[in-house]
Design a protein around this ligand. Sequence first.
Ligand SMILES: Cc1cc2nc3c(=O)[nH]c(=O)nc-3n(C[C@H](O)[C@H](O)[C@H](O)COP(=O)(O)O)c2cc1C
Length: 377
Amino acid sequence: MTDRSPLFTPFRLGTLDLPNRFVMPAMQRGMCENGSPKPELAAYYARRAQGGVPLIIGESSAIDHPSATIQPNSSWLTARTQHAWARCVDAVREAGGQMLLQLWHEGAVRNDDDALSPSGLVHPGKANGRAMTREEMTAIGEGFVRSARVARNVGAAGVEVHCAHGYLLDQFLWHGSNVREDGYGGADIADRVRFPAEIVRAIRAECGPDFLISLRFSQWKEVAYDAKVAADPVELERMVTTLREAGVDVLHCSTRRFWEAEWAGDGKNLAGWVKALSGLPTITVGSVGLDTDVMTTFIEGKNLASRIPEAMAELEARLAVGEFDLVAVGRALIGDPDFVRKLECGDRETIRTFARADLGSLEWDTSIIEEAHRAPA
Ligand SMILES: Cc1cc2nc3c(=O)[nH]c(=O)nc-3n(C[C@H](O)[C@H](O)[C@H](O)COP(=O)(O)O)c2cc1C
């Protein structure tokens, strides 16, 4: 691959001048203790920045509200953990990169009776915890803002609001988990997007115009692969336009395989549709360089094969026509921190392929997710 590849052309994202189109997406790696990133997490991020990734998104961090998670190995983004996060941001910057920190609340995926969510539903037919009161929504929104303020104070270029994969804010977006009747849920996408948009607007007001806000969303859920937040392009347009008006700078469109068309009749993937409908920059993601998607890795523990030549040719073709702007690479960057540098140097053959064993033993409670796949609703 030559340096004329569209993957290696610069891109200006907000105030950031990115030298190429690669992003490392948020990935929990079990390198936190008592909610704080250990030094090895800072070194792990910095190593990927050294390997040529200009924008690193920190692993999902619980926002500053006690209901955000009970996962023992998760990070938190609060005043208590800010020094450890500052170490990550500084290490990445010294290696030539920039960081966004990801703001996360588990919602009904939190597996206990105290879980809070829009309607007490994980997915249709599966109840867990209870529906949040309006007062709790206000308090959780304030928790998102406090955590965004911590991200700004530690020098992150911005935050990514985690609105994907079936966690709290995605539970608001999806009708299957949001049947509220108070203007924040139900059949109308304009109601379901209201709470995420209010959170974005509050972060923007708190952190100012130069602070990057990415919002990550997905149609699919860890508990329901075929779910759709937006049934068609009309609904998608209403959703992404609302988010843009609230202050989102970039939409990170999570799919399990980047090459899949979002709707029949048009080859564009989700990031392609969102870019066209919102006018915002978009990030695509999903099995770049690999033949097996992330959930198959988690649930079936299946091993993977490299798919680098196909992936790069397809990404270049799609970037060349402006379908999306940036490309997130997850597992392939766990497998080889020099993935980007090696592509740039035409050194593909030496790229080490990610293996399931690279994840080590994941000490997450995934019981709700596994149950959903045993007995789909
Ligand atoms: C170990 C691991 C942890 C993950 N943790 C998160 C997370 O914290 N937040 C998030 O939004 N996505 C998370 N994901 C999903 C990834 O960000 C990414 O979307 C997914 O792995 C697909 O990209 P890939 O096919 O290039 O791996 C995780 C994925 C992996 C493999």
